[in-house]
Design a binder for this molecule. Structure first.
Ligand code: GMT
Length: 406
């Protein structure tokens, strides 16, 4: 018989004892607090999907953030959402969200008797979790927190001297640290003076949700004459190099009838709409803005373009591959851990638009080639199946709690 035990902070020592003596760690149910950016950005998506999967495994998951996470669309009795409300006062010229979040964490950890906190994206969440932990310690409550590093919190923003000392300190004082790729772990160790272990747990995909469903009517609406469909999804920041997407598309369209679908929104959208006009592509290019049912749109794509200047993992590429869409990407950062050159798609140096064009044409050269790449893209995506990766997180949580209690 499987024994289930719900724990709370003050029973941790007892729990560790039971754990060693009688129970398998994987059967223990936890109360987990998740802090993330509640947007469509990759770190928020990963945090939300992880929370949903943990809730399905019986854990109680509390999202603590400034608005309902964008991907939190389903009701689950094990999921709770706590909104952090900021106190507005004319004296405060800058946001005091960090302090409001720390105070909310203190309140929720105490009231809900959470077992651990898992914060996604180091800035400011790791430092805020540390502050909350110290306040709680003063009140006799000991709660461990895990920081997951996602990308620019290390490779771009985190290195800036306005944040670097705080990022380094809060990584070193986290009870557990994970990174979404080997690349990001290596970057973190090379940039900062780290004296903490970093566990690599890759991002994941729910293959039941992301699958190539039949969307012929939608495909027909976008490409009525059977044109090839190129696609890009991002938060439209400079780092994504969307100008390369536009130029690759122009080159491909010069050779074969094709359409470009761009999904997402952000600072680069306006400049890209202007570039689209300048290149004379507007007839065949659609900007769809932010979309919730991303898997339904990906299902009609033939090639996914991700020419980013930096990418610690490239969750968008994985989502495309799960929908059997081959990926043409740059070879930067963690992308080689996700996209397999010549198998799930192709990779080239950042900014090498010509090579990316040739690679796109190779995939689209015939229906046979496209169909082969589609199968291979899906096979690659299967390596990141949610069930397997979430189990890694669960084991990591368990081992951290046992270690913390002993
Ligand atoms: O680091 C960022 O730019 C933010 C983050 C996000 O919230 O969009 O993206 C990063 O985390 C994703 C999820 O782990 C990764 O798939 C992205 O590769 C990564 N972005 C970059 O490294 C630019």
């Amino acid at each position: 018989m499987v024994t289930k035990l719900r724990i709370d902070c003050c029973r941790l020592n007892q729990w560790a004892f039971f754990c060693k003596k009688a129970f398998k760690p994987s059967t223990l149910l936890m109360k987990i607090g998740i802090v993330c950016y509640p947007t469509f950005g990759g770190s928020g998506v990963v945090a939300t999907e992880l929370g949903i999967s943990m809730a399905r495994r019986g854990h109680h998951v509390h999202f603590i953030t400034y608005k309902q996470p964008a991907r939190l669309l389903t009701y689950d009795a094990n999921i709770y959402f706590h909104e952090v409300s900021n106190f507005d006062y004319p004296l405060f010229e800058h946001s005091t969200y960090d302090l409001a979040l720390a105070s909310t964490l203190v309140d929720i950890v105490k009231f809900e008797k959470l077992d651990l906190l898992h914060v996604h994206y180091a800035i400011p969440h790791a430092a805020v979790a540390y502050l909350a932990k110290m306040i709680l310690k003063d009140q006799g409550i000991d709660i461990p927190f895990i920081t997951t590093l996602h990308g620019t919190d290390i490779t771009l923003v985190g290195q800036d001297k306005s944040f670097a000392p705080v990022v380094e300190f809060s990584i070193n004082h986290s009870d557990g640290v994970t990174a979404v790729s080997e690349f990001l772990k290596a970057e973190t160790l090379s940039i900062f003076n780290i004296n903490n272990d970093i566990e690599v747990i890759p991002n994941f995909i729910d293959l039941k949700r992301f699958s190539r469903s039949n969307k012929e009517h939608f495909k027909k609406a976008i490409a009525p004459d059977g044109e090839r469909i190129l696609m890009h999804v991002s938060n439209f920041r400079k780092v994504k190099r969307i100008q390369d997407v536009m130029h690759i598309f122009k080159n491909v369209r010069d050779v074969m009838p094709s359409k470009l679908i761009l999904i997402g929104d952000g600072p680069e959208r306006r400049p890209m709409e202007t570039l689209c006009r300048e290149l004379g592509l507007c007839e065949d290019c659609r900007f769809l803005g932010k979309q919730e049912a991303i898997e339904e749109i990906l299902a009609v794509a033939d090639v996914f373009l991700l020419p980013s200047a930096h990418e610690s993992f490239g969750l968008a590429a994985l989502e495309a591959m799960a929908c059997e869409v081959p990926v043409v990407s740059s070879n930067t950062g963690g992308l080689p851990e996700v996209n397999k050159h010549g198998f799930s798609g192709f990779m080239s140096d950042v900014g090498d638009v010509d090579a990316m064009t040739q690679n796109t044409l190779k995939i689209l050269s015939s229906d046979e080639a496209l169909s082969q790449f589609r199968k291979q893209a899906y096979a690659q995506a299967k390596k990141f199946d949610v069930a397997h990766v979430v189990e890694q997180y669960e084991k990591y949580y368990n081992s951290l709690l046992v270690h913390h209690a002993s």
